[in-house]
Design a protein around this ligand. Structure first.
Ligand SMILES: O=C(CO)[C@@H](O)[C@H](O)COP(=O)(O)O
Ligand SMILES: [Fe+2]
Length: 221
């Protein structure tokens, strides 16, 4: 897949009763599968417990990008890295020790990522650039798929892009990404895109992933 832009579809809006075949539909055209883990504490919704998530991680044909929307995430993040999640995202609002947890994720062989809710500014997180492989700027309030893209988050994306500078840190956006909004996010500086309902509500999910990638690449030119 392209080394400059990445499409990481979320399975939150997929058919949970047949996840293997839902993932199989898009695996060959996606960079990662985005696994939204929600505990009904940090966000008002529940998706997968650790055992269910581990089954998905171990059976997926392509790497898993675990987005942990859980309270007290520090040890859970290590568990996900040890379970084989290729990338583990913690929310800045849910950890007691950002630096130690990001280091621990990497120590256990996963890429480390730090997510910010819409109400959390990027300022103050510059000091973690040596421990983070990806920043995730939420473009919806975490908890549900199918919400409206928050264009007001583009200023934070621009500031995060500036903070990253020439470092090999990916800049992911998550929430309301579609053929229309992906262009806005590319122009602001994002390079990694989560799309849930745009992909799984499409007639042909794989074709939508391809179209999202093409739209992002053409917006970058
Ligand atoms: O983390 C989340 C929601 O909290 C996202 O990953 C959504 O699941 C993306 O879904 P769409 O907004 O693309 O439908
Ligand atoms: Fe997510």
């Amino acid at each position: 897949m392209s080394s400059h832009l990445r499409i990481t579809p979320s399975i939150l809006n997929a058919d949970f009763s047949q996840l293997d075949s839902e993932i199989a539909k898009i695996a060959s055209v996606s960079d990662y599968i985005h696994l939204d883990v929600m505990d009904d504490v940090f966000v008002p919704n529940f998706t997968f417990d650790f055992d269910a998530a581990t089954k998905i991680i171990k059976s997926s044909p392509i790497p898993i990008d675990s987005h942990l929307m859980v309270a007290d995430v520090d040890q859970i993040a290590i568990d996900y890295a040890q379970a084989g999640s290729a990338s583990v995202t913690i929310h800045a609002e849910a950890t007691h020790d950002i630096r130690a947890t990001l280091k621990g994720i990497r120590f256990h062989g996963a890429r480390s990522a730090l997510a910010l809710k819409p109400g959390t500014e990027i300022d103050g997180y510059e000091s973690y650039v040596d421990e983070v492989d990806m920043f995730l700027i939420m473009t919806v309030e975490p908890g549900f798929g199918g919400q409206k893209f928050m264009e007001s988050m583009m200023e934070k994306v621009r500031r995060t892009r500036k903070l990253i500078g020439s470092r090999p840190i990916w800049l992911q956006v998550d929430g309301g990404i579609s053929l229309e909004t992906i262009e806005i996010a590319v122009e602001a500086g994002a390079d990694t895109f989560v799309a849930g309902s745009a992909v799984f509500k499409a007639e042909d999910p794989a074709q939508m992933v391809i179209a999202l990638r093409e739209r992002a690449l053409s917006s970058k030119l």
